[in-house]
Write a protein of this length. Structure first.
Length: 76
């Protein structure tokens, strides 16, 4: 459930910044993702980073850099 909420948050964040025909979302920093998680979703930044590391092993989520705590994209 946590990983799906993280990906859902990433997709919601990228709705306005990613072109409709793009193969990937614009890169999002883990700091931005952490701040954008739903209110009351109580996971620490450290736990989020662990989930993002695991998700980046999946072909659906990619890591595209290290700035901002790590930059991540979603394949769409």
């Amino acid at each position: 459930q946590t990983s799906s909420e993280i990906v859902r948050t990433m997709l919601r964040m990228s709705e306005v910044t990613t072109a409709s025909g793009a193969p990937y979302t614009q890169p999002l920093s883990s700091n931005e993702i952490f701040r954008s998680l739903p209110a009351g979703y109580n996971i620490s930044k450290q736990v989020l980073d662990q989930y993002l590391t695991l998700l980046a092993d999946d072909p659906f989520v990619g890591k595209s850099g290290d700035s901002g705590g790590g930059m991540y994209t979603v394949s769409i």
